[in-house]
Design a protein around this ligand. Sequence first.
Ligand SMILES: Cc1cc2nc3c(=O)[nH]c(=O)nc-3n(C[C@H](O)[C@H](O)[C@H](O)COP(=O)(O)OP(=O)(O)OC[C@H]3O[C@@H](n4cnc5c(N)ncnc54)[C@H](O)[C@@H]3O)c2cc1C
Length: 378
Amino acid sequence: MDFGLTEEEAEFRAELRSWLATTLPRLPPKPSPDDWPGRRAYDTHWQRLLYDAGYAHLHWEAAPGLRLVFLEETELAGAPYVGANFVGLLHAGPTIAAEGTPEQRERWLGPILRGDEIWCQGFSEPDAGSDLASLRTRAVRDGDDYLVTGSKIWTSHAEIADWCELLVRTDPDAHRHRGISWLALPMDAPGITVRPLRTLAGTAEFAEVFLDEVRVPVANRVGAENDGWRVTMVTLSFERGTAFVGEVVACRRTLAALAVRARENGRWDDPALRRRLGRLHTEFTALWRLTQWNVSEARAGGGVPGPGGSVFKLRYSGARQELYEAAAEVLGPDALDLDREWAVDRLSALSYTIAAGTSQIQRNIIAERLLGLPKGGA
Ligand SMILES: Cc1cc2nc3c(=O)[nH]c(=O)nc-3n(C[C@H](O)[C@H](O)[C@H](O)COP(=O)(O)OP(=O)(O)OC[C@H]3O[C@@H](n4cnc5c(N)ncnc54)[C@H](O)[C@@H]3O)c2cc1C
């Protein structure tokens, strides 16, 4: 694979770089992590700026090279990442683009790209995480609506979301993979209760969501009734395959900053630490190459990423944890002070081997779908 830039990509890089240089200094100050309305306003403002400048679609339709240049340049310039737009932009939107009707694409894709509407993901339930097909939230047909009752857990950004990509059981008697449907749930519908959950890092990133006979139009179903498991696989392949790729560049930036800090505070004299940082540098460089390959493969395969995304997810989430462990070595006791740089990132890195499917589940997928090993018993 050729990793060099084409003429078009090189021109695009220069143009984007100059746009970022004039736009970023005019951004308002970043809100505090617990200021949810502030975070929503900040993230959607950034998305709108991208949209107005003609860059918002780059996560979706652009040639893979342009998309990667976009991710690299925005991250290197210290631009905001997708933030509260994560679900809409990186997996609900791409799922609707791939599986939705023309009316559904017309209704939801524009507002996601413009930053007008925020999405969350209602997949996990108290007894259905890794074993997602055991979900029990049920949807019963009532005329042109479904009446949805049940509960979801770990729903990131539920407090500020307008829509939720929701998995429901529409046929309780069918085989557990065959009775599921994928719905777009309006988060302001009567019967929804959102209860925030506070994490180790002190913020309430996610929530429990309780649904009591919530009315959802049948027209909000993406894919056929009871075909939601297949649609879910599309969503998960975007979530694992491409949603985290921009963060690799952020990790490379943090690593470079760590090396600078280690030189300043004398930790650089420790050869074991230098080796550790060197190994991480190699790891993140390899992950970026893997990303380039995954994104190109997805494009060649019709836009939906393949199981190679599980290799990325597995290695990336492990490397991210190692990065922040190395940060703790460089910082010493300051790493325990949550007001210090990198301390909260270190705590949140722990969640990356769980969110979007645990590392054990990624290993199962790699074993079965890439290596062709026999299916596990669970
Ligand atoms: C920060 C964060 C954000 C999240 N955001 C969302 C969100 O927005 N929306 C949403 O729906 N969910 C979200 N989740 C939930 C996440 O997808 C689940 O936590 C995850 O899928 C694991 O499910 P579980 O917690 O029920 O663990 P379990 O499935 O109970 O697993 C417990 C342990 O058993 C292991 N295990 C289970 N089955 C197997 C198997 N077959 N083989 C080997 N090992 C196995 C798991 O790997 C894990 O170590 C989020 C989670 C985190 C941490």
